[in-house]
Design a binder for this molecule. Structure first.
Ligand SMILES: CC(C)(COP(=O)(O)OP(=O)(O)OC[C@H]1O[C@@H](n2cnc3c(N)ncnc32)[C@H](O)[C@@H]1OP(=O)(O)O)[C@@H](O)C(=O)NCCC(=O)NCCS
Length: 186
């Protein structure tokens, strides 16, 4: 049974952050489906992302390589110092322990992005707080503007607000890169 379909207790798990591999694609699709709130893309899309955008994406896995979370992202072709975050998902049982924040910090470190962008609907309090918290940690400006409004969609989608956060400061050394790769969920 896929991990995201179990109700395991994650207490004491050491979690590794690393770039996604092709073999993670299926679990990323399942985790996305199981959130019930993220737009579920085709399983093909997750595989393609693992092949072509793994250096700007991250997975969080337990010691036995079960997927606990992921972020898909890319550097914007028109603005190559800006990391665009597409989807963030954390297995329900692993939420509330700082895992999404750890994965974001990992990507800011490994991509050396100067700015970060994402879009969020205004009913997603957890996501809004996740990105506000990142801006706080970097003492960065956090601008929010409507990007994709309902009349642009063919299917009645809610407005996606663009969150642009920057400039991002390099890691000060308080928390080493190695520590960002390893998180302990208590
Ligand atoms: C959003 C999500 C990724 C957060 O993952 P997480 O690992 O629990 O997040 P963290 O523990 O790193 O928390 C980050 C911040 O968000 C806050 N937060 C987390 N869940 C929250 C919630 N349900 N309501 C309000 N704030 C919340 C935390 O308190 C923390 O704030 P702080 O740094 O000021 O203390 C997770 O809830 C999820 O997968 N949700 C379903 C998919 C989704 O909505 N993805 C985001 C859209 S791209």
């Amino acid at each position: 049974m896929p991990y995201s379909e179990t109700k395991n207790d994650h207490s004491g798990y050491v979690i590794d952050c690393r770039p996604p591999k092709l073999s993670d694609g299926a679990a990323m699709w399942r985790l996305t489906r199981d959130t019930g709130v993220l737009d579920l893309n085709s399983s093909y899309q997750y595989l393609l992302w693992c092949r072509d955008f793994s250096s700007t994406s991250v997975v969080a896995v337990s010691q036995d390589e079960q997927l606990l979370g992921f972020i898909t992202g890319f550097m914007r072709p028109d603005d190559p110092e800006t990391l665009m975050i597409w989807q963030v998902g954390v297995d329900e049982a692993a939420r509330g322990h700082g895992l999404a924040s750890r994965m974001l910090d990992y990507l800011v470190d490994t991509t050396s992005a100067q700015n970060l962008e994402t879009t969020v609907t205004d009913d997603n309090a957890a996501s809004i707080r996740l990105f506000a918290s990142l801006a706080d940690r970097h003492d960065a400006v956090h601008d929010i503007t409507p990007l994709f409004t309902p009349e642009m969609y063919p299917d009645g989608h809610d407005t996606e607000y663009l969150h642009r956060i920057g400039p991002l400061v390099p890691n000060t050394g308080q928390d080493s890169t190695e520590q960002r790769h390893l998180a302990v969920v208590r």
